[in-house]
Ligand binder design. Structure first.
Ligand SMILES: [Zn+2]
Length: 257
């Protein structure tokens, strides 16, 4: 019990009673934290607009030992990330980051690496840069942090050398497969040489915005990474599916008929 403080990002929340709100944070020091913001929905709330989704700030909360629902004392904004709430596509893209932060974040267990990835990705999205590559880089780095780093250099099963050209990715095996191992795999997905190159670049610290994929490659990367993430997490990424749906809708309406 007692006061705790940490750098944090708002990743969710819902209303409670007449005037309160439960806010979900991903914190650098304590992982996922849920706290009640008393009176947050009153006009003259002391929290003002600080509890908006995706806001990055400094959290102070009172930890309750009997419950995983704590009491919010203060949340001082560092970066409001306003732009993330300015368009439906950016909102959906940032929601994927928040949703995955909520799934990957363990209560009571912080991670500097995961926190930096979350804030860095939200910051990148907030600049209005093309968001699909930022999300793909987020997904592959998240897989690495969760201990599911895909093998991209040798056959994940027999450690043999991979042939040139198109590859197969085994979902159960968690990496690329040589033709012989591919024949025995239950589920595999095709990976183009360009997709493999992007994944290698995104895993390094090299800026992935040096990469400019066409729509086909973007789709391939999205499908591969999200299928593997959903397979590993054992659940659907709702916001990613929503984003894929609305992106297709925007593409359809802007193309000449
Ligand atoms: Zn093999």
């Amino acid at each position: 019990m007692g006061l705790k403080s940490s750098e944090a990002v708002v990743i969710g929340g819902h209303n409670l009673g007449e005037a309160d709100r439960i806010v979900v944070f991903y914190t650098r020091s304590y992982g996922k934290v849920r706290a009640v913001a008393a009176g947050a929905r009153r006009i003259r709330s002391r929290f003002g607009g600080s509890l908006e989704l995706f806001t990055h700030g400094c959290l102070v909360y009172f930890e309750r030992s009997q419950s995983d629902l704590h009491r919010l004392n203060e949340f001082a904004i560092r970066q409001p990330f306003h732009a993330l709430r300015s368009s439906l596509e950016l909102l959906a893209a940032a929601s994927e980051v928040a949703e995955l932060a909520g799934v990957a974040g363990v209560e009571g267990e912080g991670s500097d690496e995961l926190f930096a990835l979350i804030v860095g990705t939200l910051g990148g999205l907030n600049t209005g840069k093309e968001f699909s590559l930022l999300l793909r880089a987020f997904e592959i780095r998240l897989l690495k942090i969760l201990g599911y780093l895909p093998e991209l250099y040798r056959c994940v099963k027999c450690r043999g050398t991979l042939p040139e050209g198109h590859q197969s990715f085994g979902l159960n095996e968690g990496g690329l497969l040589c033709p012989a191992c591919r024949a025995e795999a239950l589920e595999s997905m095709a990976v183009s040489p360009a997709a493999r190159q992007f994944l290698r670049i995104a895993l390094g610290e090299m800026a992935s915005d040096r990469f400019s994929p066409d729509a086909k490659l973007s789709d391939e990367l999205r499908s591969l990474l999200q299928t593997f993430l959903e397979f590993k997490l054992g659940r659907r990424i709702r916001s990613a599916r929503f984003l894929a749906g609305i992106s297709g809708f925007f593409l359809d309406t802007s193309s000449p008929s």
